[in-house]
Design a binder for this molecule. Structure first.
Ligand code: AHR
Length: 500
């Protein structure tokens, strides 16, 4: 058995974890809305048509914030189409995904759903085909109490109290030429700055996210952030990051090292934000909103009938190895919890999602559901930075990949400590010695693991073979606990402070 050690101390604090790091995303895309969260007539639907079985799954995940309504969709969206009497709402050609949008679900339905699902809304405005005018009208519709055209329209539409949406995205992936209304960095920086200005004049309490690059491999990566931040710096609070990984080449060792690319991405954008801050001699710190991240490739190339309504689209079925990478990506997010304040697993239901539904039927939890649920449940409090001392290996794409990757979290009330760790080794068990330096009185109380599955094993409506199980409790000896991490495994090692 290989050996590794993890020293832990309160003084290794990276920072307090913002719970919004466990956010997710619902786009008007495929069956995320229609047939996902909303399916009037379904046996589990409530009086508003919201699937209560899906809400139950979302509550299990403990998602605190959901980004809406896109994604690429938002860049062609007219929010006015989705409010008011349903019978008056227009059907539109939805150009981003080549489908029909019935608009029977819109802003007010989503906000009602948020209340029932106990989540906060992260609303995106259209800076593709539209701009400051429509963005400030939407803020007025959602957040102004009343006595003006748009706030009274909301009241007339059945919502007397403002929705009070605090978090807003200034468009989506505006650097990408696939985006409706794609812009250069200059065009977008100016558009975002002007939209931000008037949106904040309507409601000064809102927080704003500037669009960063669509991923870290674009031609304009880095320059895009520098230029757009330069133009909108004082007016925004966060810059967005998006990243999806794939195992198209079926090279699992490299696939399981891809969160090292994510680490580099995050660190680069932090440097860019700090560079622009320094250049401007400003005290204003820009933080990161990693508002799209996941594994995405299984559904690439799937046929979708043009102008169909709510088709099966981007319905990736996730494998066990995908779950391992999702866990690793979350470890990377927590590693920079000092600057990554928001993150959205893209997406939440049916579309590259942890939760799958059948129209008129049941739900199932994908493999990636579990590491997300564990982190969201036990990963709140303070992230503790401590590199694990372990062996390293090279892959086709990466060198010096640590066999183990992990992070520890001390709960807010300091009574619980959890170590999240992945063993990337294909063959060997690891003995992990956790040294609790100044964390007196903590004893292991549970070791949850996902291990021993075929890497390509998936779950479906009939069965969920890939799921967490209880591993033997780590042994404890004074301030040291020793756990066994099986090859290719996801591990959640929980400690509780003993009270005398
Ligand atoms: O999440 C799916 C799509 O991925 C989003 O619409 C877009 O923002 C990204 O390219």
């Amino acid at each position: 058995m290989k050996k590794a050690s993890l020293p832990l101390s309160k003084s290794f604090s990276i920072g307090k974890i913002d719970k919004r790091i466990y956010g997710s995303f619902i786009e008007h895309l495929g069956r995320a809305v229609y047939g996902g969260i909303y399916e009037p007539g379904h046996p589990a639907a409530d009086a508003d048509g919201f699937r209560t079985d899906v809400i139950g799954e979302i509550k299990k995940l403990g998602v605190p914030v959901v980004r809406y309504p896109g994604g690429n969709f938002v860049s062609g969206y007219r929010w006015e189409d989705g409010v008011g009497p349903v019978e008056n709402r227009p059907k539109r050609l939805e150009l981003a995904w080549g489908v029909l949008e019935p608009n029977t679900f819109g802003t007010d339905e989503f906000m009602k759903w948020c209340k029932k699902a106990d989540v906060e809304c992260m609303m995106a405005v259209n800076l593709g085909l539209r701009g400051a005018e429509e963005a400030r009208s939407l803020v007025e519709y959602c957040n102004h109490p009343g006595g003006t055209y748009y706030s009274d329209l909301r009241r007339k539409n059945g919502t007397p109290d403002p929705h009070n949406i605090k978090l807003w995205c200034l468009g989506n992936e505006m650097d990408g030429d696939w985006q409706i209304g794609h812009k250069t960095a200059y065009e977008y920086g100016r558009a975002a700055a002007e939209a931000a200005k008037v949106m904040r004049w309507v409601d000064p309490s809102i927080e704003l996210v500037l669009c960063g690059s669509s991923n870290s491999h674009t031609r304009t990566f880095g320059d895009w952030e520098v230029q757009t931040l330069d133009l909108a710096f004082d007016k925004v609070d966060y810059v967005s990051l998006h990243q999806y990984y794939d195992n198209r080449l079926d090279d699992t060792p490299s696939f399981l090292a891809k969160n090292m690319d994510m680490d580099r991405f995050i660190n680069t954008i932090i440097s860019v934000c700090d560079y622009v801050q320094g250049k401007k001699h400003s005290k204003h710190q820009i933080n990161l909103s990693f508002d799209e991240w996941n594994v995405w490739f299984h559904s690439n190339g799937d046929y979708v009938e043009r102008w169909s309504q709510a088709p099966h689209q981007l319905e990736d079925i996730y494998t066990f190895e995908d779950a391992l990478l999702v866990g690793l990506m979350m470890i990377s997010l927590l590693r920079r919890a000092d600057r990554v304040k928001i993150a959205c697993l893209a997406q939440l239901v049916n579309v590259i999602a942890p939760i799958m539904t059948e129209n008129g039927g049941g739900v199932f939890e994908q493999t990636i559901f579990y590491p997300f649920m564990h982190m969201s449940r036990y990963g709140r409090g303070t992230a503790l930075c401590s590199p694990i001392t372990c062996g390293k290996h090279d892959t086709k794409e990466f060198t010096d990949v640590p066999d183990l990757d992990g992070i520890a979290v001390l709960s807010e009330d300091e009574t619980e400590l959890t170590v999240f760790a992945v063993n990337r080794d294909f063959e060997e068990d690891y003995q992990l010695d956790v040294d609790l330096l100044d964390l007196d009185g903590f004893v292991p109380c549970e070791h949850i693991e996902m291990a021993g599955f075929d890497l390509k094993q998936t779950n479906d409506f009939a069965a969920s073979p890939v799921h967490p199980t209880e591993a033997p409790l780590p042994t404890a000896d004074g301030g040291r606990a020793t756990a066994r991490l099986r090859p290719l495994s996801w591990n959640v090692i929980r400690f509780k402070k003993q009270t005398l």
